[in-house]
Design a protein around this ligand. Structure first.
Ligand SMILES: Nc1ncnc2c1ncn2[C@@H]1O[C@H](COP(=O)(O)OP(=O)(O)OP(=O)(O)O)[C@@H](O)[C@H]1O
Ligand SMILES: [Mg+2]
Length: 396
């Protein structure tokens, strides 16, 4: 909420200049969008502010950030372009002030229902760069009085600054991500190229030929996995992933994830132990996304374990949170490697000899857990093993 009630227009304009300066120095998209919504609510003396980004490919607006609306529930929620106030702002590229929002036929009720938040008055502006609309910035419920022309002008100016900052951050993020991806593609491509070249040579034996065909298969499989994981991560990083929150049973998710891995556990000669809480743990989360996290942790516990080792899966009720852990008796990791663990493409040196992998599994898992408002922690002792613990809030 704002403290700007009694500030003059020029004072507010000066604080807009400060904000613009701050925005242009932030390249992290999440942090940037958070700064924008906070500034928007503050500048216009509103109860809340939110940002919807425009997805050109699907012609959709989707919620990304908000101040005191529940960001996690909102995030990724699609707002129909053809039947919402935000859609009108987007299509007509002009600000809209709406009092009595509940009675406005364009008001998109789903948002109110999802958040239990009563929207009374609303001011929205397009976020425009020179040649395109990046999204819509809205402020909701003016604390005192009604939204006026000054609010509209200030918010429009902030909207344009925000659009440029968002574009910059996306370009930076994309070039960063693409540069890393291209770098990672080089190794499998080089192996395929070499094997494909050698396989045609008359002097090599049938056995060598088979080896080379296997290398080509293995490396193409790896490229496919990289493409899928990379896309997952790019979607999560840009906020384009929509979480399907539902009431779920944690133990069911853990059991289903483990079932998919049982044959691998047996094939590696490992034993599986359960240490689940007595009562079932029901809470709100996206079951498929959570399964993706569990599967990656279990798969790591299998891949980096020692022969005849153990995989232990446990859970606990923590009051407002639930937690689960996946523990292994593997080789463990040095503190400096643990520190790097959630960086994109990071693999502990020597991992490729133990098992295949893209080094993206944990980055994706972390993003998913954080998208639920939770945390993922790791404890590791070299030569003894590693435990990953995920803590998630029960409510979204
Ligand atoms: N339980 C573990 N024990 C020891 N090292 C681990 C463990 N989990 C992860 N690591 C190390 O961290 C790296 C990153 O893990 P991550 O899950 O992100 O990628 P990956 O398993 O290599 O690939 P992917 O998950 O895409 O198959 C692994 O390559 C491995 O070196
Ligand atoms: Mg993994």
């Amino acid at each position: 909420m704002s403290e700007n009630t009694d500030k003059s227009f020029s004072e507010r304009y000066l604080s807009l200049l400060d904000i613009s300066r701050e925005l242009s120095s932030t390249l992290n998209l999440d942090a940037l969008l958070h700064q924008i919504v906070t500034a928007a609510a503050d500048l216009t003396d509103s109860m809340a502010a939110s940002i919807m980004l425009y997805d050109e490919n699907n012609d959709e607006l989707y919620f990304h950030s908000s101040t005191n609306l529940d960001a996690r529930v909102m995030r990724g929620l699609v707002v129909p372009v053809d039947s919402s106030i935000a859609g009108t702002i987007l299509l007509e590229r002009r600000p809209v002030i709406a009092m009595n929002v509940a009675e406005d036929p364009r008001h998109f009720e789903e948002i109110g229902k999802t958040t239990n938040y009563q929207v009374e008055s609303l001011l929205g502006v397009p976020m425009l760069t020179k040649d395109k609309v990046v999204g819509v910035l809205e402020v909701i419920n003016k604390v005192k009085g009604v939204f006026d022309k000054d609010d509209e002008n200030l918010l429009s100016a902030l909207g344009s600054q925000a659009a440029i900052a968002i574009e910059n951050s996306r370009l930076f993020q994309q070039s960063d991500l693409i540069a890393e991806m291209v770098h990672e593609l080089r190794t499998p491509l080089a192996s395929i190229q070499t094997a494909a070249h050698l396989i045609t040579r008359p002097e090599i034996s049938q056995k060598q030929r088979t080896n080379m065909a296997e290398t080509i298969q293995k490396e193409t499989h790896r490229l496919t996995e990289m493409a899928t994981s990379f896309l997952d991560l790019a979607r999560l990083e840009s906020g384009r992933t929509q979480f399907a929150f539902d009431e779920i049973d944690l133990h069911e998710v853990l059991k289903e994830s483990t079932e998919l891995m049982e044959s691998r556990i047996a094939a590696e000669g490992l034993s599986l132990k359960w240490n689940l809480a007595d009562a079932s743990l029901e809470f709100i989360a996206d079951p498929d996304k959570l399964k993706q996290v569990a599967i990656n942790l279990i798969s790591n516990a299998i891949k980096y374990n020692r022969p005849k080792g153990k995989v232990i899966i446990g859970s606990a009720d923590k009051g407002e949170n639930v937690s689960f852990y996946v523990q292994d008796t593997g080789r463990g990791m040095l503190p400096e490697h643990v520190e790097m663990l959630f960086s994109k493409f990071f693999r502990v040196p020597g991992s490729e000899k133990l098992a295949g992998g893209t080094g993206l599994g944990l980055s994706i898992s972390k993003k998913i857990v954080e998208g639920h408002g939770g945390q993922i922690k790791v404890e590791s002792v070299v030569g003894e093993g590693t435990t990953f613990t995920v803590t998630l809030p029960k409510k979204q």
